[in-house]
Design a protein around this ligand. Structure first.
Ligand SMILES: [Zn+2]
Ligand SMILES: [Zn+2]
Length: 262
């Protein structure tokens, strides 16, 4: 009995609180801006807190909030403050300095820090010039994953993604690239296909896409999932879209369980 309780407390659980990108439409499956809740032991670490989460932090009850960048679909949920420490890079803090967040923590770049028992390494990526973004390589309970909801380009993808159990990426667009060049830098969102290519290069066999764009949010869910599954197979990657409330539990040992919410 005691052993069972212990196994449960050691499990690492990722809950996709929201899976909607920066778009006007939403659906039952993709109702709120993309956000991931990491639970291990008593920690509840919320990664990103977009405008849809304003006034809803009480229910999430995070022990820490970690931001990828300052775009409103990732940070504006903090416009009335936060009930816990908030971690963000210096560039992100400069853009949201007006938010009444009391406990502000500086997220270093390319250097790991421990937050509530999980190790975070912020990796700078190309996405926006105005609101520079990072992706997070996270390890906890001997598991590793990469969370990258907004990305135009990931420098040294093989190094950044090497050895992870699952890649959680940008589902804004499946095939059509939404990358533009400005001042010699890449901005916007790369395709799911390009990200599957990074996974293949880094020998990552599992990819989940969040931050879903309009074609996915509006489209026929079954057809979209089937199309993504086939694309994944072509790259040797098991791939799916996350919906709000979906949960990924890494069990003690090597197993994992994917629980669909809707
Ligand atoms: Zn976004
Ligand atoms: Zn963004």
């Amino acid at each position: 009995m005691e052993k069972k309780a212990d196994a449960r407390s050691r499990a690492l659980t990722l809950t996709f609180l929201g899976t909607r990108g920066e778009i006007d439409v939403h659906s039952r499956r993709h109702r709120r801006h993309s956000s991931l809740l990491i639970q291990c032991d008593t920690a509840r670490i919320m990664v990103d807190c977009g405008a849809d989460w304003l006034g809803r932090l009480g229910r999430v009850a995070p022990t820490a909030v970690v931001l990828t960048h300052a775009h409103s679909d990732h940070a504006a949920g903090l416009a009335a403050g936060a009930p816990c420490p908030v971690y963000a890079t210096g560039e992100t803090w400069a853009l949201i300095h007006r938010f009444p967040v009391r406990d502000r923590r500086q997220m270093p770049l390319k250097k790991s820090i421990m937050i509530d028992g999980a190790t975070f390494t912020a990796i700078p990526v190309e996405h926006s010039i105005r609101a520079p973004a990072v992706g997070y390589r996270v390890s906890a309970q001997d598991r590793r994953f990469f969370y990258l909801p907004d990305v135009a380009a990931l420098p040294n993808a093989s190094d950044a993604l090497g050895g992870i159990d699952v890649y959680i990426g940008d589902g804004a667009t499946i095939r059509r690239t939404m990358v533009r060049k400005r001042d010699g830098r890449l901005i916007g969102h790369t395709s799911v296909v390009a990200q599957l290519g990074w996974c293949k290069q880094a020998a990552v066999h599992w990819a989940v896409f969040t931050h879903c764009g309009s074609p996915i949010v509006r489209g026929n869910a079954r057809k979209m999932h089937a199309a993504l599954w086939r694309l994944g197979r072509e790259h040797g990657v098991e791939a799916c879209f996350a919906s709000d409330g979906d949960r990924l539990t890494f069990l003690d040992g090597h197993g994992s369980r994917w629980t669909k919410h809707a």
